[in-house]
Design a protein around this ligand. Structure first.
Ligand SMILES: O=C(O)C(=O)C[C@@H](O)[C@H](O)[C@H](O)COP(=O)(O)O
Length: 364
């Protein structure tokens, strides 16, 4: 089993990673009290709920099973978690376990932050995206129709327990979506990781366990390091948002759940990379390497056909990185290094939003 630590002073916690962790009783040391709520969804429950419950025979366990999908990451579904907690008469000593992907982790975490002003919380992510990204760092919340993740809280878990064998049941499309965030880490923080991914992307797609664990471990190390430096996103943490300003606009415009988060992030990253190239910060060769890797990972690299520059701008105007009304974007200063900047012209931004990416991709 691999173990690494997210260093946040008294809010520090471990990320435990390996195979078949559900059988190894790794979760119980992080449970406080006897009351446990397992928040999961209709897809994950039949696969893993029983296995997890089998570890918790000494506890009073209440499963709360939500509908599956980004379109349910909203107030109405969040309410179902509070309903479950209150019907079970759970006190502020309850532990909430999130068993599922990013939507479940974000909602269960937000519920944990709010229920009786904050209760114990454990992340058990079961998708690649949640294992490498959303379960680590304490961003929790829900979507609003006018913008993605607009309501939420920073709330750290007690532990993140990653069982990579859960990826065996993950649909291929979801696996590719997770790879978008993995590739992101190489682009923003570590060109060696990017090169390693170029060499290992096929092994990742067929779930080679050793390669998979190395990729998850590498990704989590980068994320844990950035989060430790800047827990509440005053500065460097915003670089983890590469592709997200454009990507969130795509998800919101297309209707939550129609594009997977990772798919939108892949396209958004291509747009940010194209912009970085036009600013003269990265080479055409590096832009092409990035696009090729996203394509090889099974991801889209062009925005939805009928999405206009104005459609993008409508959602980009409520992005969380905006300061004093100014759009700020994460761009690459070179391959393996990112900056957050508003230092670009409106003309360039409009050109990026109006580029015909399908045409650009003809040469790939
Ligand atoms: O943890 C972070 O910080 C990130 O930005 C990671 C993102 O990949 C993740 O999708 C995050 O939830 C986006 O946060 P948001 O603040 O842009 O809503």
């Amino acid at each position: 089993m691999h173990r690494l630590q997210v260093e946040l002073g008294e809010r520090s916690y471990p990320i435990l990673m390996g195979e078949s962790l559900f059988q190894k009783n790794l979760i119980t040391p992080y449970i406080k009290g006897k009351q446990v709520a397992i928040v999961t969804n209709e897809t994950v429950a039949p696969l893993y709920l029983e296995q997890l419950q089998a570890q918790l025979t000494d506890y009073q366990v209440q499963p709360i099973v939500l509908p599956d999908g980004e379109q349910y990451k909203n107030w109405q579904t969040l309410q179902l978690i509070f309903d479950g907690l209150l019907k079970a008469e759970y006190s502020r000593k309850v532990t909430i376990i999130a068993l599922g992907g990013g939507v479940i982790g974000d909602m269960a975490g937000f519920a944990a932050a709010c229920y009786q002003r904050g209760v114990n919380f454990i992340q058990v992510p079961t998708t690649l995206l949640s294992q490498v990204d959303s379960s680590v760092g304490g961003k929790t919340g829900i979507n609003h129709i006018l913008g993605k993740n607009m309501i939420g809280a920073f709330y750290q878990p007690q532990a993140v327990v990653i069982d990579v064998s859960t990826l065996k049941t993950l649909p291929k499309r979801e696996l590719s979506a997770g790879l978008a965030e993995v590739i992101k880490y190489g682009l923003i923080a570590d060109s060696d990781f990017f090169t390693w991914l170029e060499e290992n992307i096929e092994a990742l797609k067929i779930l080679d366990t050793a390669v998979l664990i190395k990729a998850i471990d590498w990704s989590c190390r980068i994320k844990a390091h950035v989060v430790a430096l800047d827990e509440t996103e005053e500065g460097i943490r915003a670089t983890l948002n590469l592709g997200h300003t454009f990507g969130h606009a795509i998800e919101s415009h297309q209707g939550y759940g129609n594009w997977l988060h990772g798919e939108a992030v892949a396209v958004g990253s291509v747009m940010a990379i194209e912009m970085s190239m036009r600013l003269g910060w990265i080479t055409e060769q590096d832009r092409n390497r990035a696009i090729r890797l996203f394509i090889r990972a099974g991801l889209p690299v062009a925005p939805p056909e009928k999405m206009s520059a104005n459609d993008f701008l409508k959602y980009m105007r409520v992005d969380k990185k905006i300061i004093d009304g100014q759009i700020r974007l994460v761009l690459l200063s070179k391959l393996g290094e990112a900056i957050v900047t508003s230092d670009f012209s409106t003309e360039l931004l409009n050109a990026i939003l109006s580029t015909n990416y399908e045409q650009l991709l003809d040469s790939f």
